[in-house]
Design a protein around this ligand. Structure first.
Ligand SMILES: [Fe+2]
Length: 242
């Protein structure tokens, strides 16, 4: 079973991620070589970085899938969006206009790195009151959240799912991100891994080193949930007839 990358900026010319078809294809080649066979394209919806419409995202996913097929890269690209939380985003959720992961009701949501715990919790609770369920992007990045593991447990109890970046597991995002990610993983507070890839060099879609660490340190059962099992369970229900 290949990995499912939950978080990437692989669509060309949508945000601060890939800036050409060639770069997107190179990113997909890297992802496939790393053992990934499904990649969610989650362009930013954030002032200053872009806010593509559902039509634009779905069309760009189809287009990139065709390019990948023509190039012989056996990887599936699925739609999503990374919403930077703000009032405008709440309107989108309340009016059922979001771009969830594939055909699911789950949406990827990020906050400012310095966001207060109350703000994060209340915002996520508000999203739970809509028809969508939030997946919190790269939780290890939120300084205040990382000061309090009980707070993170509280989010889990609210029904929020939690993603960390592969480079935080490996230490490639620095020692603090690695230490915080370890605290989360030890408590089984993480649901998904994403690469948050933006390019084919410094922020490439690399999963293999992270996967090795997860299997060795946390066992194959949890590693497989994080690397593909949970994504299949939550986002692809029914897609294989189950
Ligand atoms: Fe991202």
């Amino acid at each position: 079973m290949g990995f499912i990358d939950m978080h990437s900026h692989v669509l060309p010319n949508m945000d601060d991620g890939s800036h050409s078809d060639e770069q997107s294809l190179e990113m997909l080649r890297i992802a496939y070589d790393e053992g990934t066979d499904v990649i969610y394209a989650t362009p930013h919806n954030m002032p200053g970085k872009g806010r593509p419409s559902p039509e634009q995202v779905y069309a760009a996913v189809d287009r990139l899938q065709n390019l990948a097929d023509d190039a012989g890269i056996p990887i599936q690209i699925l739609p999503g969006t990374e919403y930077y939380f703000r009032e405008e985003v709440m309107d989108i959720f309340e009016e059922d206009r979001a771009i969830p992961f594939g055909d699911s009701e789950y949406v990827l949501v990020e906050f400012d790195p310095m966001a207060e715990r109350n703000y994060i919790r209340n915002s996520l609770r508000d999203i739970r009151g809509t028809n969508y369920i939030p997946v919190l992007a790269h939780i290890e990045r939120y300084v205040k959240a990382m000061e309090d593991m009980e707070f993170v447990e509280g989010l889990q109890k609210l029904g929020v799912l939690i993603q960390v970046n592969a480079a935080s597991v490996t230490g490639d995002n620095g020692w603090k991100a690695k230490a915080d990610t370890k605290k989360l993983l030890k408590r089984h507070l993480v649901d998904f891994i994403g690469t948050d890839a933006h390019n084919n060099s410094s922020r490439a879609p690399k999963m293999a080193k992270c996967a090795d660490i997860l299997y060795k340190k946390y066992g194959s059962e949890y590693a497989e949930e994080l690397l593909f099992g949970n994504a299949e369970y939550y986002f692809m229900k029914g897609s294989d007839g189950q």
